[in-house]
Design a protein around this ligand. Sequence first.
Ligand code: ADP
Ligand code: MG
Length: 723
Amino acid sequence: MNPQRILIERSERATKANGSLEVSKVFGENVFNLKAMREYLTDEALEAVLRARKSKSRIDTGAAQIIAKGLKQWALNKGASHYSHWFQPLTGMTAEKHDAFFKPHPWDASGVESLSAQDLIQREADASSFPSGGRRSTHRARGYTIWDPSSPPFILDVNNVKTLYIPAIFISYTGEALDYKTPLLRSIEAVGKAASDVCRLFDPKVKDVYATLGWEQEYFVIARQYYEARPDLMLAKRTLFGAPPAKHQEKADHYFASIPESVQAFIHEFEEACFKLGIPLQTRHNEVAPAQYEVAPMFEELNVAVDHNLLLMDVMNRISARHKLQVLFHEKPFAGINGSGKHNNWSLSTDSGENLLSPGANPAENLRFLTFFINVLAALNRYESLLRACVASAGNDHRLGANEAPPAIISADIGDALMDVIVGFIENRPPQTTPAVRPDSLVSLERIPAPTVDNTDRNRTSPFPFTGHKFEFRAVGANFNCSFPMTALNTMLADQLTEFYQKVTQKTADGMETEAAVRTVLIEEAQNAMRIVFNGDGYSDDWQKEAAKRGLSNLKNTPEALEQLIAPQAVRLFQKHGVLTEGELRARYNVFLDYYCKDMETEAHLYLEMTRVHILPPALRYLKELAEVSKGCNELDLQNDVWKKTAAKIDKLVREMISAVKDLKKIVHDVESKESVEEKARAYANECRPLFAAIRTAADELETLVPDDLWSLPKYREMLFIR
Ligand code: ADP
Ligand code: MG
């Protein structure tokens, strides 16, 4: 009897969810937010934090002392015994090292709880133990984490153990960025400055512009028991084997369907934890694939939104285990059904909260909207290949460039109405089309109230559609830290806006009126930017051909895409805006490529091992069984014929699989001995992946021939359809 073939255990929590929750009572209670700061800080210290948050001035030691004291007292009152800087090394995950507040007095066996200004501001970490892409080595290892006052400290409650977390950047002894946050913050400043200058062409009162992000996080949930029985899920975070179940998502009966009870209990518990952490979650729903879900918050200032996404992923991971469930953030945990993305809704806002990408009632007359809208398209047009590179990973290769959303070609869908506005703007004529649907005629039933209608339809096939009042970058992988793609977007736009501003001010210096100058430059930008606009079906073959004609890149795998990260154009861009030095950029390239190789290496070893210990044994056992039953049958027996045919099929598949495994073994050996990481990555992409596919095809067919009780791996049917 195979232990996995039994019914899964349900957690007690699944049947005892505590449903009553008044969010406004608990929201942000574990965050050192404005309310807590007012209670624990002096007015001057509070003001210092607020000014630093807006990059107006640095917090001095005097203020830091008061802040540290107040923060410590708040944390102690909340039951925390330790504190930690919380940062984002290039592993893609967050990192932490806890220190006790308690400082002993050795001479009298007592002590006090304390947090000095220095403790708050700066901690040391061994930088050589994190991926640095060659920027640090074992004998040059010093690195620092430094407090980021623009993201509030919080208390994480892990199984009732409470710890104070202080968001921080991570740099080397020589001041190089070793993390995701540092370049993100630099890019936020760059785009803020460039956008403020452009904004002031329209309104001199605008002080600041900041980027906003609202992510949508897709994920799968399966029973923890199954996860633990699958070495591929545990180590590679995706299934390398698994025959397609007889039914999956073809009836679209999971999308927006009722949430299963066991999963709802889990969602409720992580939502409660997130609300306490000040993460403004808004929506929850079933996604398209069976066992797939989505969660999304209200958008926030970009830096805080990124921190909140990382925190959410950590919280979800922990809480799923308590429910005997496992959350999966991999981009493609199950072949043949939809994968998971993390849509990054991105816009810019003025300090008074005006969304610069809001078209208003009459976009054709809204020159400030047109300016920002067209400049985003122009930036995308110039740097499309760079943006593609920023979402490259082994996991995301299964979405981009495979038969799934969105394609590996970057383009923007702007909808028919705005297309008409832009073409009209270029041709200096008013827009021609009136919206296709009138709200009052949309519903003919008297009893149903008239709806409002968006000015754009939706295009799920576009990697970068404009959705009403923000762009939605859909190509980011579910498992990504949003920082890097957002850093690139900000920097691209900063570059575009800086150039736009220079061209306009050149014209006004020559005596042109500001508005005329803006229009003249903008028309030129819009004409060029049309190359990146595509409102059609991004999955179609026609688009692949059309995109090639337009000269847009179509980078199908990570090694190809990553080359664009260190192309001269990208180096110049990041350098010019002070976001990444060439060294820092190359370091990221090295780390990303190295991680790609490591992911592929893990998968290769799993293929070798799992065929040996999970796939072959049941196949061979069954072959033996078949041989024995056949012996007892007479030659003309129909049954004997069936046994023989089955045995022959299994025999053939086993041979095919073993042959592919042998080839893989040899190639893996060759690849691992290669010196250059580029060569390694290319060999994994071009030589190993086809063998992975060959092994899988044979193994998955074996799964459909071998009796259920002999098969040791949980099947897709079991993992995906738990209610
Ligand atoms: P839809 O994409 O269906 O139109 P919403 O407009 O509600 O849905 O937004 C989806 C996501 O986009 C949410 O996370 C939301 O907070 C975010 N979003 C909305 N407006 C902005 C904005 N100005 N900047 C960044 N994100 C935004
Ligand atoms: Mg979605």
